[in-house]
Design a protein around this ligand. Structure first.
Ligand SMILES: *[C@@H]1O[C@H](CO)[C@@H](O)[C@H](O)[C@H]1NC(C)=O
Ligand SMILES: *[C@@H]1O[C@H](CO)[C@@H](O)[C@H](O)[C@H]1NC(C)=O
Length: 296
C-alpha cells in the first residue's frame, strides 16, 4: 500500500489496515464489515428521522441534558488522564469516574454517545480498536484513561494540542502554546475553525515534528487518526472557538453546551468520513509528497 494515497477514504484505509494485520484475524475483518453495515444503517436512519432540537441533543435524564453539566472539578494528583480532551472532560465533570480509573469499554461507549452524540457504531468501532491495541476484551474489560496513551497505538506525534511524546512523556499534559496557536488559527466567521484551517495546522505540526523530533514517526493510520480527531472539533464542536477554549485549555464542557451534531442516531463513521477526507487531503505533507514522487 502506498504511504500517501489521497483517494483512499478513511473507511477504506481502516479496512485495508485491518486486512493488513492490525487486527489480523478473519474475525476482526468480519466484525469490521458488520460495524460498517450497521453504521450505514444508522446513516440512513439519520436521513429519514428528524434531528434533535439544537438545545436538546443530550437525552433527558443524562448528564448535560438541557445544557446542565455536572460540576467541573480539575483533576487531582494521582487521577488518571490521557491525550484526549473529550475523555478527560468527562472525567473532570464526573460523567466518568473522576479518578479516570477502572472504566469499562461498554460503559464508556454509552457515556460518549450521551455526552457528545456519536453514533453507537462509531463508539464501538473506536473503542473495540483501542481494546485490541491494549490486548483487552471490549465486552468484559476495563482500563484507566492513561492506558490509551501507548505510543503509536492511538496516541501519535504531531498533535495539535500535545507536545510529541519524545518531549513530553505524560501525554495528558496540555500544551498551552499549541492550544493557543490552534485557537488563534480560525479563519471562519467569528474566528471559528474551518477544514482548511485544520489542514494548514496539521501540515505545520507534521513539518515541525519531522524537523525537531528524532523519533518522529507517522504511519498513514496515525495521520488519519490525527485528521480524524481534529475533525471532531469541526463536527461535534462546530469549529466554535468560544467552546473549544475551555474544552481544550481546562478540559471543561462549557455551561449550556450541546453537541453541534444533532442527528437522531448521532455522528456516524459514514458522515465523519467525508470531513476527515477533506481535512487530510488538504494537508501538505512534505515527506509524504517526496515518497510519492519517488514511487512515481
Ligand atoms: C473495578 O470495577 C469492578 C466493578 O465495576 C470491581 O469489581 C473491581 O474490583 C474494580 N477494580 C479496581 C482495581 O478497582
Ligand atoms: C489525536 O488523538 C490522539 C490520542 O488522543 C493523540 O495522540 C494525537 O496526537 C491526536 N492527533 C492530533 C493531530 O491532534
Amino acid at each position: 500500500m502506498s504511504s500517501h494515497s489521497p483517494p483512499d477514504s478513511f473507511v477504506a484505509v481502516a479496512l485495508s489496515n485491518i486486512v493488513g494485520g492490525i487486527l489480523g484475524s478473519t474475525q476482526g475483518l468480519l466484525t469490521s464489515i458488520a460495524v460498517f453495515v450497521w453504521d450505514f444503517g444508522m446513516a440512513i436512519l439519520n436521513l429519514i428521522t428528524q434531528n434533535h432540537a439544537p438545545n436538546r441533543v443530550v437525552p433527558q435524564g443524562y448528564a448535560g441534558a438541557n445544557g446542565m453539566w455536572p460540576k467541573y472539578t480539575a483533576p487531582a494528583r494521582g487521577d488518571s488522564r490521557c491525550s484526549c480532551p473529550a475523555l478527560n472532560a468527562m472525567a473532570n465533570h464526573g460523567i466518568l469516574p473522576h479518578d479516570g480509573r477502572n472504566i469499562t469499554f461498554r460503559e464508556l461507549n454509552t457515556a460518549i454517545r450521551n455526552t457528545y452524540n456519536f453514533a453507537p457504531s462509531f463508539c464501538y468501532f473506536v473503542l473495540n480498536y483501542i481494546a485490541g491495541i491494549l490486548d483487552r476484551n471490549y465486552w468484559s474489560d476495563s482500563f484507566d484513561l492513561a492506558d490509551i496513551d501507548v505510543h503509536n497505538g492511538i496516541e501519535h506525534d504531531a498533535s495539535l494540542i500535545r507536545e510529541d511524546q519524545f518531549f513530553e512523556s505524560d501525554q495528558a499534559t496540555i500544551s498551552v502554546p499549541l492550544v493557543e496557536r490552534l485557537l488563534k488559527s480560525g479563519t471562519g466567521p467569528n474566528g471559528d475553525l474551518t477544514p482548511a484551517d485544520l489542514s494548514r495546522l496539521l501540515s505545520q505540526r507534521r513539518a515541525e515534528s519531522k524537523a525537531k523530533n528524532p523519533q518522529y514517526s507517522q504511519a498513514l493510520q496515525h495521520r488519519l487518526f490525527g485528521s480524524a480527531n481534529s475533525s471532531t472539533m469541526l463536527t461535534i464542536f462546530g469549529g466554535k472557538i468560544k467552546d473549544l477554549r475551555p474544552f481544550l485549555l481546562e478540559e471543561r464542557i462549557p455551561d449550556k453546551w450541546q453537541p453541534q451534531v444533532t442527528s437522531r442516531m448521532g455522528l456516524t463513521l459514514a458522515a465523519f468520513n467525508g470531513v476527515v477526507t477533506r481535512v487530510e487531503l488538504g494537508v501538505r505533507d512534505v515527506g509524504a509528497k517526496r515518497e510519492k514522487t519517488k514511487a512515481a
